[in-house]
Design a protein around this ligand. Structure first.
Ligand SMILES: [Cu+2]
Length: 297
């Protein structure tokens, strides 16, 4: 027991003393991730206190009521069958624990449904993040541009992600900016994130969806407002147009290199309302999923 306990404690210490370099979730770069980190730490701290109290009581009881030499262990220890105050105590404590965990959690969940309060005065930037086996499309409707497998965002400005999947269910996750949200076919979900620092952050799909899942990753370039504007302008003027035919080809399952376009696929499809668009696209480009399934096994 002692060995187990010291092993457990030292592994916890190692995790926390490692400077969080290997735990991006505990080293957030934006207000959403910050709020979620605070919630994680609050929950861990509360649970550690409970563990400490339980272990202390356990030790105390075991020592105090241990069998002593000369004691007849067959003799049952008689106790009152009912103690009002004990009953109230061990019913009340769990209720208080649940309240202490639930209230901050629910409060944070509702807060994160809205753009971060720290940047209330700034208009959120809308980015449609569309997942397809096994790539990400990021459409900027206001800027009229689209990227594949990478995205640029301005710092200190809330990003309103509108999530949808063209085919199987996925989940958008940028650990340094905040928790994940699901991409589903035929409906739209929403996620606010914000970067408080410029830098390159990793993003990925957090919902297993088959063969190409592991490579369904992307980079997030958080830039100053000015750099972001320059990048948008470059893409608007230099990137090719994304034709519907090319988009249909991109929807065939597989991995895709990073790409950018000076228009968006939102011009011809809204996956949130046209869940079977992907099937029509496959048919148009002559891709047969059943044939692919048999050849890949
Ligand atoms: Cu298969």
């Amino acid at each position: 027991m002692k060995l187990f306990k010291s092993l457990f404690l030292s592994s916890m210490l190692m995790t926390f003393l490692s400077g969080c370099s290997s735990l991006p979730v505990l080293d957030p770069k934006g207000p959403v991730g910050e709020a979620q980190k605070d919630l994680i730490f609050w929950s861990i701290a509360l649970m550690l206190i409970i563990v400490a109290v339980v272990f202390a009581l356990f030790t105390f009881i075991v020592v105090k009521y241990r069998e002593r030499p000369g004691q007849d262990s067959d003799e049952p220890i008689l106790v009152d069958d009912h103690n009002k105050w004990l009953e109230i105590t061990w019913t009340g404590i769990p209720v208080i624990i649940v309240i202490l965990l639930a209230v901050p959690t629910v409060k944070t969940i509702y807060e994160l449904e809205e753009p971060p309060q720290s940047s209330e005065d700034k208009e959120p930037l809308v980015i449609h993040a569309t997942s397809a086996d096994w790539k990400w499309f990021f459409s900027y409707p206001e800027q009229g541009i689209e990227t594949v497998n990478y995205l640029h965002i301005p710092e200190d400005r809330p990003i309103q992600f509108k999530l949808v999947s063209a085919d199987s269910m996925a989940a958008l996750w940028i650990p340094r900016l905040g928790g994940q949200e699901y991409n589903m076919s035929g409906m739209m979900t929403q996620l606010y994130l914000q970067a408080d620092e410029t830098g390159v952050y990793n993003g990925r799909n957090a919902n297993f969806n088959g063969e190409g899942f592991a490579e369904m990753q992307f980079k997030v370039y958080a830039q100053t407002e000015e750099e972001f504007g320059d990048w948008v302008e470059d893409v608007q003027t230099e990137a090719p147009k994304l034709t519907q035919d090319e988009y249909d080809h991109l929807l065939v399952p597989g991995h895709t290199e990073v790409q950018e376009f000076s228009n968006t696929h939102l011009d011809y499809v809204n996956h949130a309302q046209q869940a079977d668009y992907v099937l029509e696209a496959w048919e148009r480009v002559g891709y047969d999923p059943e044939e692919d399934e048999s050849s890949s096994h």
